[in-house]
Design a protein around this ligand. Structure first.
Ligand code: HDE
Length: 712
């Protein structure tokens, strides 16, 4: 299906077929104006003489320039930078005891999906490796209408109530006086806010962890975050949390790499997703559910309605129920990835909301923002947004209406239209909201059960491996080190001390500050004047679970190599036989081997065979690869090239797998790799299989503490 126009693809799912109605290609076609008039000069405007003024009459020029002038639409206020792909979802088991949603009960279905990954804070043109939460939004085109699971790559969010969303976003976005910094949270306004809104500390800790600098979109978990409801035919409801578990494991890059990747290839994640799909290595996730019986709503040490909490997998295991495969790149970025409109309020019968106050606020925001972003209320008609099942109602008119609704009737009830479109009965799949009993005072308040702000960040930190903890400490130290207000740093240190003493001490020493014994109480700010502030103060951390393995990337690995990138450093006279052996093996496991040589074009091996060069040294960087291979042969040109040593030293420092064969040993000796002859991922004259396994383990993080001296 790769590289082919949509119409040439062999198997079209229902959504691909639907998109075809609007897909167009100029191949073999004559150029026309938007009005269909054939054009025979697209380079010269109509003038009064060859050197004269341009005439207003030139409808071809006017049309072309006018359209160009209006090509831009507002970027998303958050999640502006993103990439997307098509695919499908299929179910492993019939879940009809829990839900009546067709895509979760019918084992014969392949439900088309469109998935968009994103960063949150940066602009549309910002770099992919920003330290940030990633969006993970899935649109299911089900036979009963659209279901959007608009999640993130962390299981919790920063705030508990939608009321605070504009504040946290204003705080993290570039500061409004200078519009600095772009796509970065390391600045005063963000930490001013975080240190006052202590509920944010938990998600913030995830944002300081390696999860915020993923190796690839394909190697991230996804989470629906909020507790939703599944409702079955008998109107019985269960609470549910949604999870996406990646087939390739959960992996990240180091901060040093992230900073360099942003310069070397700001589209690193976008390219990785695109290339993997084009190469036929389709990214895959399993859908997992944590199901909680309604009767257990209050049995946890936290509130299920509080989006700053996850349910540890030790308390409620994740039940794997299906898988999602992304197998087709979009044809047009703007028409699909940019115009797609997700909404947590797009649900289908069998799924329902809960009273999570963050979710409730989201239900308003998405359509509202899309009205201005996409220019009016008809954006549901855009090809990427329309469902695969028919749409009939009495909504009419407005800008850019595509549908031509026939007849006189645009109201209900009616007799003139035969009572159509008629109402569906529940048995026919009509949506009915879950009948939750509500008996309450109208009040601007927050439940005391939302007051535990420290226990889960503490559990998260305890659950990390040593290398993950070190990365997190460095991230805090970097970010707070970029703040200019000492009062903000001190407040953050005091708060970190409430979470974990060792974490706070380590960050304090890197900042060169002492943890204050006390600070002004970090009372939540947005409560009504009459409320008692003490009711909203965070309570001390509890320890209801020692550790949760699921929180650490250490336990989220896999043995897959699909679309992993390996740099083979070569120059004329290299050992072609060894390269072929290694390449064949690695490519057999789905990896991509690039020949990196002194120049573009071709490079000749010792047998005088020409091999096409994938990248010249000057056009690429070590940080763009997962591993480095030196096949040996004549390596003199490599030994005298500073870029090659930098390439290898960086790979050593970033704990990657390196394999040296034959004469490559000299390069090992000449580089930082010489100090790591016992390292399990730095291999000399070993089987390709060992190298493959080392690459699949992603990194040898045990090496990291020994690499401080390597200057790169
Ligand atoms: Fe969003 N969010 N959000 N958000 N969100 C948007 O909608 C909003 C929240 C998420 O790829 C916007 O169409 C509010 C949580 C993703 O197109 C906007 C609140 C989670 C995407 C909006 C939240 C998300 C968005 C901007 C607090 C994870 C990108 C453009 C109440 C569960 C979707 C748009 C895409 C996008 C509002 C909180 C995920 C402004 C008010 C929690 C993945 O409507």
């Amino acid at each position: 299906m790769k590289n082919e126009p949509l119409e040439n693809t062999k198997e079209l799912d229902a959504k691909a077929n639907d998109l075809l109605k609007n897909t167009s290609s100029g191949d073999g076609q004559v150029m026309t104006t938007d009005q269909g008039v054939k054009i025979n000069d697209d380079a010269n405007s109509l003038k009064a003489g060859a050197r004269g003024a341009t005439l207003l009459e030139d409808f071809i020029l006017r049309e072309k320039i006018t359209h160009f002038d209006h090509e831009r639409i507002p970027e998303r206020i958050v999640h502006a930078r993103g990439s997307a792909a098509h695919g499908y979802f299929e179910l492993y088991e019939d879940l009809s005891s829990l839900t009546r949603a067709g895509f979760l009960t019918d084992l014969t279905r392949k439900t088309p999906v469109f998935v968009r990954f994103s960063t949150v804070a940066g602009s549309k043109g910002s770099a992919d490796l920003a330290r940030d939460i990633r969006g993970f939004a899935v649109k299911f085109y089900t036979e009963e209408g659209i279901f959007d699971l608009v999640g993130n790559n962390t299981p919790v969010f920063f705030i508990q109530d939608a009321m605070k969303f504009p504040d946290i976003i204003h705080a993290v976005k570039p500061e409004p006086d200078r519009e600095i910094p772009q796509a970065a949270s390391a600045h005063d306004t963000f930490y001013d806010f975080i240190s006052l809104a202590t509920e944010a500390l938990h998600n913030h800790m995830w944002a300081m962890s390696d999860r915020a600098i993923p190796r690839s979109y394909r190697m991230m978990e996804g989470f629906g975050i909020h507790t939703f409801r599944l409702v079955n035919d008998r109107e019985e409801a269960h609470f549910v949390k949604f999870h996406w578990k990646p087939k390739l494991g959960v992996h990240s890059v180091t901060w040093d790499e992230a900073v360099k990747i942003n310069g070397a290839d700001p589209d690193f994640h976008r390219r990785d997703l695109w290339d993997a799909i084009e190469a036929g290595h389709y990214p895959e996730w399993e859908l997992g559910l944590q199901v909680i019986p309604a009767a257990d709503e209050h049995k946890f040490d936290f509130d299920l309605l509080d989006a700053t909490k996850f349910i540890p997998e030790e308390l409620v295991p994740v039940r794997i129920v299906g898988r999602m495969v992304l197998n087709r790149n979009p044809d047009n970025f703007f028409a699909e990835t940019e115009q797609v409109a997700f909404h947590p309020g797009h649900i289908v019968p069998g799924i329902d909301f809960t009273n999570d106050p963050l979710l409730q606020g989201r239900l308003f925001s998405y359509t509202d923002t899309q009205l201005s972003r996409l220019g009016g209320p008809n954006f549901h008609e855009l090809p990427i947004n329309r469902p695969i099942n028919p749409v009939h109602n009495n909504q009419r008119d407005a800008q850019m209406r595509m549908t031509i609704d026939k007849g006189k009737v645009a109201y209900f009830p009616n007799t003139i239209g035969g009572g159509c479109p008629y109402l569906a009965k529940m048995a026919e799949g009509g949506f009915t909201s879950f009948e939750e009993r509500v008996d309450a005072k109208k009040i601007r308040d927050r439940s005391e059960s939302f007051s535990d702000h420290f226990s889960q960040p503490a559990l998260f930190f305890r659950s990390l491996s040593t290398w993950e903890k070190n990365h997190l400490i460095n991230a805090y130290s970097f970010e707070l080190g970029k703040c200019t207000y000492e009062s903000i740093k001190l407040r953050m240190l005091w708060l970190l001390a409430q979470i974990d003493g060792a974490l706070a001490n380590a960050v304090a020493s890197k900042l060169g500050l002492d943890i204050p014994a006390s600070i002004e109480k970090p009372v939540n700010q947005n409560i009504g004047a009459d409320a008692d502030p003490l009711r909203y103060e965070p309570i001390p951390a509890k320890r209801y679970l020692d550790k949760s393995e699921a929180l650490s990337q250490q336990y989220r690995s896999s043995d897959h190599l699909e679309a992993r990138k390996i740099a083979a450093l070569v120059a004329d006279g290299f050992d072609g036989a060894r390269l072929e052996k290694m390449k064949t093996y690695l490519e057999g496991r789905g990896a991509v081997v690039h020949l990196i040589a002194p120049h573009g074009g071709t490079v000749a091996c010792s047998k005088q065979v020409s091999h096409p060069v994938d990248a010249a040294w000057m056009t690429t960087e070590s940080v763009l690869y997962d591993a480095v291979y030196i096949p040996g042969g004549n390596i003199n040109a490599l030994l005298s090239e500073g870029k090659v040593l930098k390439f290898i030293n960086e790979a050593v420092k970033h704990c990657k797998a390196l394999a040296f064969d034959g004469e490559g040993a000299q390069l090992m000796q000449a580089s930082a790799a010489r100090d790591f002859s016992d390292d399990e991922a730095i291999l000399l004259d070993r089987d390709p299989e060992d190298f493959g396994d080392a690459i699949a383990s992603h990194r040898n993080w045990d090496r990291e503490p020994l690499t401080a001296h390597i200057a790169v």
